[in-house]
Design a protein around this ligand. Sequence first.
Ligand SMILES: *[C@@H]1O[C@H](CO)[C@@H](O)[C@H](O)[C@H]1NC(C)=O
Length: 94
Amino acid sequence: VSGKQTVQQSPQSLKLQEGKSTAFNCSYSDSAFQGLQWFKQEFGEGFTSLFSIASGEKVRGRLKCTVNRNERLSILYITASQPGDSGTYFCGVE
Ligand SMILES: *[C@@H]1O[C@H](CO)[C@@H](O)[C@H](O)[C@H]1NC(C)=O
C-alpha cells in the first residue's frame, strides 16, 4: 500500500476442509490503481509472490486471480485445496 490507498481483505481467517474450494477478496480504494500482487506466507517462512495482475484474470495451477477495476476488487480463488495451501495470503496494491 502506498499513499492514501486503503486495502481491505476478507475473510480475515478461514478453515477449509481439504479438497474444498474458496476465495479471498481484496478491495482497494484508489482509482490511481496500477496493479496488484497476491503473496502467500507459509508459517514461519518468507513471502511467495503468487500473482502480479493489473486487470482481467490469471491462472496458476489450482489458483486463479481476477481483478475487476470497476468494482476495485480482486479475488483469489483456490480450488481443490491441499494442506500445503495453509498460510497467510496478502494482497498488495501499487
Ligand atoms: C467477496 O466479493 C464478492 C463480490 O463482491 C461478494 O459477493 C462476497 O460476499 C465477498 N466475500 C467476502 C468474504 O467478503
